[in-house]
Design a binder for this molecule. Structure first.
Ligand code: SAH
Ligand code: SF4
Length: 340
């Protein structure tokens, strides 16, 4: 609930409106998981809250810690038993938390473990906040950056994601500003325009993974709905409006999208735009039949982009010893449960 909604609820319960500020502080800034912990509220009021409301929680069902760089991967269990994944990464500029926005995903990208396991439900804004707070509690220090790049398509759960952004950046909450938040999308063009309109100023990451519609449609069903031309137009507008570079994700799949011709075509389309390309060796997922491009192909691709003046990097891999790309841990967890 927003502070305004809490105010309305609290007044309806016969309490002064300022109590809402106290509740909001406990929920958003402290991150309590029970009403019991709200010690500056009277016991009867805490009990009344308990009767009417629940606090979204993310229980650690599994935690993997990288021996190499300390990256933590979590499987969280939600109140209805569903599992979602989060990752906590340490960068020089602080702790970055990658969270999920849906249980599963409807978009069906063929290389993605989440996409391959179907869609269950949207996460609420509270469940997104709960992931950040649970990771912060477990990690023991302040999370400074958030990426909406876990399970799910954030722009397919638009209202809840906007609500989450308002909560997490709230001056009386965790105060994580838009400059420290990235949102990754497979490219829901209409929503990108909406987001640009609102002027949130967060970093937009777009999963491109191909230099043209023909190749893109082989792996990403969303490419049937929106052409790459329409997508890039929306991204360029977003960059102009916010003054921020759009980050294009490009998972390199051997023999599918990693040729020199692909690099040249991509470079030509992006030339002169405010962008950055992230090259990622595709993470092979069971059943997909895709393989990583080799290092030579990655270097060649990178130098063609650079030659055209496009900022590009091969993404550094964190937590390679606990490598289970997003969606795989959840699937394993579900199998475990169904075998019991
Ligand atoms: N739905 C959003 C955000 C979640 S996916 C989106 O698609 O952008 C987060 C990122 O992981 C996306 O860039 C996605 O394309 C990428 N991804 C999914 N499966 C992958 C795999 N097997 N290897 C490499 N990247 C993958
Ligand atoms: Fe969904 Fe993103 Fe996976 Fe595609 S890559 S299926 S949009 S989570």
């Amino acid at each position: 609930m927003t502070l305004e909604e809490l105010k309305a609820a609290v007044t309806q319960m016969g309490q002064p409106a300022y109590r809402a500020g106290q509740v909001f502080h406990w929920l958003q800034a402290v991150g309590v998981t029970s009403f019991e912990e709200m010690t500056d509220l009277s016991k009867p009021f805490r009990a009344a809250l308990q009767e009417r409301f629940y606090i979204a929680n993310a229980q650690v069902a599994q935690r993997l810690i990288s021996q190499i760089d300390g990256t933590r991967k979590y499987v969280f269990q939600m109140h209805d038993g569903e599992y979602v994944e989060s990752v906590l990464m340490a960068y020089h500029h602080g702790l970055s938390n990658c969270i999920s926005t849906q249980v599963g995903c409807k978009m069906g990208c063929t290389f993605c473990a989440t996409g391959r396991s179907g869609f269950s439900r949207n996460l609420t804004a509270g469940e997104m906040v709960a992931q950040v707070q649970a990771a912060q509690r477990d990690g023991g220090s302040r999370i400074s950056n958030i990426v909406l790049m876990g399970m799910g398509e954030p722009l397919d759960n638009y209202e809840n994601v906007l609500r989450f952004l308002d909560l997490i950046s709230h001056p009386k909450g965790m105060q994580i500003g838009m400059r420290h938040i990235s949102l990754s999308t497979c490219g829901l063009v209409d929503r990108i325009y909406d987001l640009a309109e609102r002027g949130y100023g967060l970093t937009l990451s777009v999963s491109l993974h191909a230099p043209n519609d023909q190749i893109r449609r082989k792996t990403m069903p969303i490419a049937q709905r929106y052409s790459m031309e329409a997508l890039l137009k929306a991204c360029n507008l977003y960059a102009q409006r916010t003054g921020r570079r759009v980050s294009y994700e490009y998972a390199m799949i051997r023999g599918v999208n990693d040729s020199e011709a692909c690099a040249r075509e991509l470079a030509e389309k992006l030339q002169g735009t405010l962008c950055h390309v992230n090259l990622i060796p595709v993470n092979p997922v069971a059943g997909a039949g895709y393989q990583k491009s080799d290092q030579r192909a990655r270097q060649r691709f990178l130098s063609i982009l650079e030659h055209h003046g496009i900022a590009a990097t091969v993404r550094r891999t964190l937590g390679s010893d606990i490598n289970a790309s997003c969606g795989q841990l959840r699937r394993r967890k579900q199998e475990e449960v169904s075998h019991v």
